[in-house]
Design a protein around this ligand. Structure first.
Ligand code: THU
Length: 139
């Protein structure tokens, strides 16, 4: 879980990360900041591709960076973005990102969402109540 100070820190970090978004096709710039249990923060932005399906969302960029660094335990994530980086709408992680997060994060994993200066926290379970999991495979 995260406290208010951590939520605000993650939001500011995600806002900075969105400035690195590579989004020449959608012009939708997204940033994410993922707080690990060890206190480290991993940032992500969306990275688009001329072959659109090769695009990677900001949340998975952050998650995969952490995993590549040997870190698998997380406290929370913040996600912000909008057209040309506008912050006038709340954005929600897509289904693929929720599925990817569900591999490593518990159902009560907090996701910090923002609109302008206000924010709210939802859980992974609220956004994605029925993930496909390893339990489906272990039969
Ligand atoms: N995108 C993200 O990075 N995260 C989300 O949660 C939703 C969508 C990106 C993917 C693509 O580059 C652009 O936003 C438009 O879909």
């Amino acid at each position: 879980m995260i406290n208010e100070k951590e939520a605000l820190y993650l939001l500011e970090t995600a806002k900075k990360a969105r400035l690195n978004a590579y989004a020449p096709y959608s012009h939708y710039h997204v940033g994410a900041a993922l707080l690990a249990q060890n206190g480290k923060t991993y940032i992500g932005c969306n990275v688009e591709n001329a072959s659109f399906g090769a695009t990677n969302c900001a949340e998975r960029t952050a998650l995969f960076s952490a995993i590549a660094g040997g870190v698998r335990d997380f406290q929370g994530i913040a996600v912000v973005g909008g057209t040309y980086g506008s912050l006038d709408e709340t954005i929600l992680p897509c289904g693929i990102c929720c599925q990817a997060l569900s591999e490593f994060c518990a159902q009560d994993f907090p996701i910090v969402l923002a609109k302008e200066e206000s924010y709210r926290i939802v859980t992974l379970k609220e956004l994605f109540p029925h993930a496909f999991s390893s339990q489906n495979l272990n039969k």
